[in-house]
Design a protein around this ligand. Structure first.
Ligand code: IPD
Ligand code: CA
Ligand code: CA
Length: 275
C-alpha cells in the first residue's frame, strides 16, 4: 500500500509543470503552430515539442534521478524505479485546427505501477489528479464515476488509431456496434480527457485500441480512483502498455465487453450486428 503523503512533492511538481505547459499551449493555439507530419494523418506541431521540453526540464530539475518516457522521442531511464510518463499535448490534431479540446498528461510510475496521474485541460482550466489509493480530484474537489447502469442510456467516448487507413484493426467495427446500442458516442480527440470525463461522470464509458502509455497512464489511474473500472476489451488486467483500454463506471463494463466481443469475431461468423 502506497502512503499518499510520499507523493505530495511529486504531485505538486507535476501539477505546476502541467499548468505551465498548458498555459503555453493555450496562448500558442491562437498564434498558429508550425505543423509537420509523422504519418498520413499523424501530425506534430512545434508546441508538442516545446511543451515536452518545458515539462521535462521542470521535472528533471526537481528529480534528477528519475526516468522519462515522453511521446516526442524521449525514452531515458524508462527502467528506473521512478519514471515519468508524459504526453505533452494530447489532442494534437485538435490543437492544430484550433479545436479547443486538448490536454497535458503526466503520470509517475513507481516500480512499474502508476502511482500518480495529472491531466490538465488548459482551455477549461480543469486539472484532474489522482494518487494511488487517494481518490480522484478535479480542481481540488473529489470526483466519482456516473451511476448510469444501462448501455442504452450511456454516453460513450472513443478514438481511432492513426493507422486507420492501412490497418483493418481500426475500431470502426466497434464504433458501428456502439453507435446503435448506446445513447450516443463521442469522438473528442483527446484520450486523456476522455478518461477524465469518465472519471467525473460526464461519460459513462470509453474504449480505444492502440493507445500508447503516455495517452492512458494518468487517465486510467484517475478513472480507477474515481471508482471506475479499467481493463482490456476482455475484462483482463489493464497495463499502460496494453493495446486495448476499456474504462467505465463499472456498471456498464460487462455490457461493453459483450459488444466488443462481437467486433472480434470474423465478419462471416457474425451474421450482422445483432448478437
Ligand atoms: C491521440 C489522442 C486521440 C486518440 C489517438 C491518440 P495525440 O493523441 O489521444 O484522442 O484517438 O489515438 O494518439 O496524438 O493527440 O497525442
Ligand atoms: Ca496522445
Ligand atoms: Ca501527444
Amino acid at each position: 500500500m502506497v502512503i499518499m503523503a510520499d507523493w505530495d512533492r511529486h504531485l505538486r511538481a507535476a501539477q505546476a509543470a502541467a499548468r505551465e505547459a498548458g498555459a503555453m499551449l493555450r496562448s500558442g493555439m491562437e498564434g498558429g503552430a508550425r505543423i509537420s507530419f509523422k504519418g498520413a494523418v499523424d501530425l506534430v506541431t512545434e508546441f508538442d515539442c516545446r511543451a515536452q521540453d518545458l515539462i521535462v526540464d521542470r521535472l528533471a530539475a526537481a528529480f534528477p534521478d528519475h526516468g522519462f518516457l515522453a511521446e516526442e522521442g524521449l525514452n531515458r531511464g524508462e527502467k528506473n524505479e521512478l519514471c515519468w510518463v508524459i504526453d505533452p499535448l494530447d489532442g494534437t490534431t485538435n490543437f492544430a485546427h484550433r479545436f479547443p479540446i486538448f490536454a497535458v498528461s503526466i503520470a509517475l510510475e513507481h516500480q512499474g505501477r502508476v502511482v500518480l496521474g495529472v491531466v490538465y485541460d488548459p482551455m477549461r482550466e480543469e486539472i484532474f489528479h489522482a494518487l494511488e489509493g487517494g481518490g480522484a480530484w478535479l480542481n481540488g474537489s473529489g470526483i466519482r464515476v456516473s451511476a448510469v447502469d444501462n448501455l442504452d442510456r450511456s454516453l460513450l467516448a472513443t478514438g481511432f488509431p492513426y493507422d486507420l487507413r492501412e490497418s483493418p484493426v481500426n475500431n470502426i467495427v466497434h464504433f458501428n456496434h456502439f453507435l446503435i446500442r448506446a445513447q450516443a458516442v463521442r469522438r473528442c480527440g483527446s484520450a486523456a480527457l476522455d478518461l477524465c470525463h469518465v472519471a467525473c461522470g460526464r461519460f459513462d464509458g470509453f474504449w480505444e485500441l492502440k493507445l500508447k502509455p503516455w495517452d492512458q497512464a494518468a487517465g486510467a489511474l484517475i478513472v480507477e480512483e474515481a471508482g471506475g473500472h479499467v481493463t482490456n476489451f476482455e475484462g483482463a488486467v489493464f497495463l499502460i502498455s496494453s493495446r486495448e483500454c476499456l474504462a467505465t463506471n463499472g456498471l456498464i463494463h460487462e455490457a461493453m465487453i459483450r459488444i466488443l466481443a462481437l467486433g472480434k469475431e470474423k465478419p462471416e461468423d457474425r451474421g450482422g450486428l445483432d448478437g
